[in-house]
Ligand binder design. Structure first.
Ligand SMILES: Cc1ncc(C[n+]2csc(CCOP(=O)(O)OP(=O)(O)O)c2C)c(N)n1
Ligand SMILES: [Mg+2]
Length: 334
């Protein structure tokens, strides 16, 4: 749990994971981490056009939540969305190609880092406007409710978004209409370069959900199994018509807000405390203690993911440039 914060736990029984699934959660987090490390290298080589917002440190949220979903569910997320997309199964080469402005990118190379989408995987949108994804997620959840197929929509956003009007409108409507939406707040304590205590009167944001009489859970966002255990019952309840849940995941971004931000505005002791709680290290230790993942296997997984990310980036960079003439929207939505 975050240094100094208290957890409340969901009182519903979590759906147990198999040993293989627990190891797979580690692999997913490693793949996200290595993808992001490669993005940073590619950025410094001048291959990434526009900006990037890396999610190093947030991997347990993406992996734990995605594990609780069905293939026909929807997800909305933010500019810090590479991890959400990869956890959902987005092809790494097509994601790199999107960042590099190539025609083989998931959006034909026209969206870039902040706009990875893939409708076939339910990845309905990455939003650069803070809070803008919430009303869209509520709309997707309404369509799911009307279609009656028991789909849910997960909506990822940051702590900063909870100070935006659209957050409150979305929370209110979702609760009044009992929509199948799971609001996942990645509380990393910072909005750009400003710590939460300068913008918000408390650090535990679950209190905001309680203002809408909404089920709310505060979870250690660096513990992938805890994130899964909080999400699975929320998803089950939403599918069954029980309405929305707000899940606050306490986490921390390891790097700066975007691009080459060195994040000097953070207290080194705070950074150090959180780096010790790196979600990959935590889960690796749990798996080792349970005899499920040895050191050699874990290191091999990391090397494999690093090589795969580099190979995917190289292939992506070799593709043709995106063309403004392509009819990408028609290809996607019709
Ligand atoms: C409506 C709006 N206001 C301001 C910005 C500039 N901006 C971009 S990211 C960001 C910080 C958002 O912080 P948070 O929601 O905590 O997400 P995080 O970046 O920490 O993941 C801000 C203020 C924006 N994109 N949209
Ligand atoms: Mg934040």
């Amino acid at each position: 749990m975050a240094p100094g914060s208290k957890a409340t736990k969901s009182n519903e029984t979590p759906i147990p994971l198999t040993s293989a699934e627990r190891v797979e959660l580690y692999r997913t987090m490693v793949e996200i981490r290595e993808f992001e490390e490669q993005v940073q290298r590619s950025y410094l080589e001048g291959l990434v056009h526009g900006t990037t917002h890396l999610c190093n440190g947030h991997e347990a949220v993406s992996a734990g939540v995605a594990k609780a979903l069905r293939p026909d569910d929807y997800l909305s997320y933010t500019y810090r969305g590479h991890g959400h997309c990869l956890a959902r199964g987005m092809d790494a080469e097509a994601a790199f190609a999107e960042l590099f402005g190539r025609e083989t990118g998931v959006c034909g190379g026209l969206g870039g880092s902040m706009h990875l989408t893939d409708i076939d995987k339910g990845l309905i949108g990455a939003f650069g406007i803070v809070g803008a994804g919430l009303p869209v997620a509520v709309g997707a959840a309404l369509s799911a409710q009307l279609a009656g197929k028991e789909q849910v929509c997960v909506c990822f956003f940051g702590d900063g978004a909870t100070n935006i009007g659209a957050f409150h409108e979305a929370m209110n409507l979702a609760q009044v209409w009992k929509l199948p939406v799971i609001f996942v707040c990645e509380n990393n304590l910072y909005g750009e370069f400003t710590r939460i205590d300068h913008t918000t009167p408390y650090e535990d944001l679950v209190i905001r959900a309680r203002g809408y009489a909404m089920e709310a859970v505060l979870v250690d966002g660096n513990d992938v199994e805890a994130v899964y255990a909080a999400t699975a019952p929320a998803v089950a309840r939403a599918r069954g018509g029980g309405g929305p849940t707000f899940i606050e995941c306490k986490t921390y971004r390891h790097r700066g807000h975007s691009r080459t931000d060195p994040a000097k505005y953070r207290d080194p002791a705070e950074v150090e405390a959180w780096l010790k709680r790196d979600p990959l290290l935590l889960h690796r230790k749990v798996l080792a203690d349970d005899g499920l993942l040895g050191d050699q296997e874990a290191e091999a997984m990391i090397s494999e993911a690093r090589a795969a990310a580099k190979a995917a980036a190289d292939r992506a960079a070799a593709a043709s440039w995106a063309s403004a003439d392509q009819d990408f929207m028609a290809k996607t939505y019709v």
